[in-house]
Design a protein. Structure first.
Length: 136
C-alpha cells in the first residue's frame, strides 16, 4: 500500500469538511454528524454531510454524488470528518469503500491510521479483494 504525503491542500480539504459539518451539525430538524470534502483534479471542491434516518446516506455518498452531478469525473482526494471524535478524521465505512472502489478506485482517501496519524492512500488499497461487477 502506497502512502501519500499529507499536503497543505489536504489540510484545507479537512478544514472545508469540518466547516460544512459545523454549518449543518444541528439544523433544528436533523443532527448531521459527518462532513465530507472532495477535491477534483481540476481543483474544484465539493462538500456534503450525511443524511441521518432509517435509510440514511453517508457523507461520502452525498459528496461524490454532488461532484458527479456537476459533471466531474476526475476525482482526486476525499476526506470525512466528525467534530466530536477524538481523532476527527474518519475512515470510510465498508459500503463507502466499495462505492469509492467502483466509482473512483484511484481517488486518494485521507484517514486516521488508528494511532492518531493522518495518512492518505488510494481507495483501491482500502478494500483488498473487492467485489467487481460481472459483465455477462
Amino acid at each position: 500500500m502506497t502512502k501519500y504525503e499529507i499536503t497543505d491542500t489536504d489540510r484545507e480539504l479537512i478544514r472545508r469538511a469540518l466547516l460544512v459539518l459545523e454549518k449543518n451539525f444541528d439544523d433544528g430538524v436533523y443532527n448531521h454528524t459527518v462532513g465530507c470534502a472532495l477535491l477534483t483534479r481540476g481543483g474544484s471542491i465539493y462538500t456534503g454531510v450525511n443524511c441521518d434516518g432509517i435509510h440514511g446516506s453517508c457523507a461520502e455518498y452525498i459528496t461524490v454524488g454532488a461532484a458527479i452531478s456537476a459533471g466531474e469525473r476526475e476525482l482526486d482526494t476525499i476526506v470525512a470528518v466528525h467534530d466530536k471524535a477524538h481523532n476527527f478524521v474518519l475512515s470510510p465505512c465498508g459500503n463507502c469503500r466499495q462505492m469509492l472502489f467502483e466509482y473512483c478506485p484511484d481517488i486518494k482517501v485521507i484517514l486516521n491510521d488508528g494511532e492518531g496519524n493522518l495518512i492518505k492512500v488510494a481507495a483501491r488499497d482500502l478494500l483488498p479483494f473487492a467485489w467487481t461487477p460481472v459483465i455477462c
